[in-house]
Design a protein around this ligand. Structure first.
Ligand code: ZN
Length: 351
């Protein structure tokens, strides 16, 4: 019995059907149809054997091609990107050519905040983050701002229409001092164990500001709270001085001048000698040689009392300062609005 090219066509049809129905596609390599076809090469008429063999091999290669196409579809398929601006999902050669990518970087404020918190951690301060929405009590009441006191007007921020149980609107905090009452209560047990309360509180704060190069509606503050026995304003000034020298990596002079905050008594405005001109006068310090950096003071007895701490036994200090301002000075950034602008041109300089 002799076999012809027709047999190959029949076998090919059969294999195709098997290929479509087989669960394990690779099993087609061991298909009886295949084996039969190969065995027929030997018995083919001598003058047709070579051609028959070549045709069988051609079919085998075709089947291998189906299999390898199937494998590449299964194993290397890129996730379909429905937003791709060109037919990336269809053509295997362009399948991975998605839009060019590049690595982002940590925002300069967050990077610097890490440095700042690292310094305070080495000085023994714990870190607690502030909240981005708070209530009237923590914004004002717990901080010795009496109801209707004009000092409240200095903290013009944003409020929700929703109200708390006391009928007061919720507030986007205008300062990180909203956390003072909470951390004093949370760490009060330190005092019982004769340890101080030492906490720094970083957070995002909000002000209803007229925006310019120095004023932004959203910025970052770092609050510091330290309470113990016989704590004085000298400890406050030394703590801030050590921090600033560490941050700017140089010797600095500092000075305070009287100020008013309802939640500290006495209150100070804290200034440092300009780290850029060594008090010679430059643009950063407006030619004065000094930079007013933050507000601080000894925690008001009423604030301690409100947190359940006896002000006749314990005293403490607190400060609150803008992180943006620190970073602007360090890198000579001329406009605070760059930080929240999302401008890649600005951000790439810190990558
Ligand atoms: Zn200067």
């Amino acid at each position: 019995m002799s076999y012809t090219i027709k047999d190959i066509a029949v076998a090919a049809e059969e294999l195709k059907k098997q290929f479509e129905t087989l669960e394990d596609k690779k099993a087609i390599r061991r298909s009886p149809t295949f084996r039969e076809l190969f065995s027929k090469i030997k018995t083919a008429e001598p003058d047709k054997r070579a051609q028959f063999g070549a045709e069988v091999n051609k079919l085998k290669n075709e089947v291998e091609a189906w299999l390898s196409e199937l494998e590449s579809d299964n194993d290397d398929r890129a996730p379909i990107d429905v937003t791709a601006p060109f037919p990336t999902n269809s053509n295997p050669t362009t399948r991975f050519s998605l839009l060019p990518t590049q690595k982002g970087s940590i925002h300069p404020l967050m990077k610097e905040l890490e440095t700042v918190l690292g310094i305070f951690a080495r000085m023994g301060f714990a870190t607690i983050e502030s909240r981005e929405i708070d209530d009237d009590y923590h914004m004002f009441g717990a901080l010795n701002f009496p109801e209707g006191h004009p000092a409240r007007d200095d903290y013009d921020t944003f409020m929700t229409t929703q109200k708390d149980k006391k009928g007061k609107q919720f507030i986007a905090p205008a300062h990180t001092s909203t956390m003072q009452n909470r951390v004093l209560r949370q760490f009060a047990s330190n005092l019982v164990n004769d340890e101080p309360i030492a906490v720094v509180i970083p957070g995002r704060v909000f002000r209803n500001e007229d925006l310019d190069a120095r004023h932004e509606h959203t910025f970052y503050q770092l609050e510091g709270v330290y309470v113990g026995k016989a704590v004085t304003a000298g400890n406050l000034i030394a703590t801030l001085k050590v921090f600033l020298q560490e941050y700017y990596q140089q010797e600095l002079e500092v000075k305070t001048q009287p100020f008013y905050f309802p939640f500290t008594e006495p209150s100070f405005e804290f200034a440092l000698s300009c780290p850029f001109c060594k008090k010679q006068g430059c643009n950063v310090c407006s030619q004065t040689g000094w930079i007013e950096l933050l507000g601080c003071g000894m925690i008001h007895p009423n604030v301690l009392k409100e947190a359940g701490i006896d002000p006749t036994i314990y005293t403490g200090f607190a400060w609150g300062g803008g992180i943006d301002r620190l970073v602007m000075m360090k890198y000579d950034i001329e406009d605070i609005r760059h930080f929240e602008s999302g401008k890649l041109e600005f951000l790439r300089q810190f990558s």
